[in-house]
Write a protein that binds this ligand. Structure first.
Ligand code: PCA
Length: 212
């Protein structure tokens, strides 16, 4: 059976929970469309998170990689369109590091597109009544760092689809943030994985190259 790699993050910034970690806990070992989900929880640290993701890619040889992170200020599931080549941390990571104005990969392109069909994902989620919208920026913290490294690594793995998605926090887990129930988040992620596995569901490139 082919493998889907799903990653989440440990809690950060003083929170007790990270919704992405709870989602991967529940989905580990389950199946979507005849594919087995294998999961990894990444540390919320620049550098080490990306190394752990690379190790998981090598070990599991997935055909689809979806990395998840929590964005507690968001009320919707937000697949990310683009990863930026910059680390610029608004708060220290869990190891106390706070890079500013630093490239994720020195010499790399300023940005890399997701490999996921973000608009199809949003449409499928909304059809199930789950709030969703395309996000045009994953920020410049650890999530964007992992996303950029993922898209860099997938350059050399043709045929492997991958990308990043932020999820709201768990309902009730952070005072003042609305969040979504864990069951809704899990249903959302299963829906997203199924859409991403559909043949022909490729990210549509913008065609900018063709203008030059
Ligand atoms: N969210 C953070 C890092 C880990 C996580 O779950 C972010 O959005 O960068």
């Amino acid at each position: 059976m082919k493998t889907i790699l799903l990653s989440g993050f440990e809690p950060f910034g003083g929170d007790r929970y990270n919704a992405s970690q709870e989602i991967v806990r529940l989905l580990d070992g389950s199946e979507v469309a005849d594919h087995r989900i294998t999961t990894v929880t990444l540390p919320c640290e620049f550098g080490r998170s990306a190394l752990d993701l690379r190790r998981a890619l090598r070990r599991h040889r997935p055909v689809l990689v979806v990395c998840l992170g929590q964005a507690a200020d968001r009320c919707a599931i937000t697949p990310e369109r683009v990863a930026l080549n910059v680390d610029d941390a608004p708060i220290p990571d869990n190891a106390g590091n706070r890079p500013l104005d630093t490239p994720v990969i020195a010499g790399g392109p300023a940005a890399r597109w997701t490999g996921l069909p973000v608009n199809a994902v949003v449409a499928a989620l909304r059809a199930r009544g789950i709030p969703a919208e395309v996000s045009q920026s994953a920020g410049t913290y650890v999530c964007n760092h992992v996303f950029y490294v993922l898209m860099h690594l997938l350059q050399r793995r043709r045929g492997v689809r991958g990308g990043f998605m932020h999820v709201p926090c768990l309902e009730g887990s952070i005072p003042g943030k609305s969040g979504l129930p864990l069951a809704t988040l899990v249903e959302a992620v299963r829906t997203v994985l199924a859409v991403c596995l559909e043949p022909g569901r490729d990210m549509v490139e913008t065609g900018v190259d063709r203008l030059t």
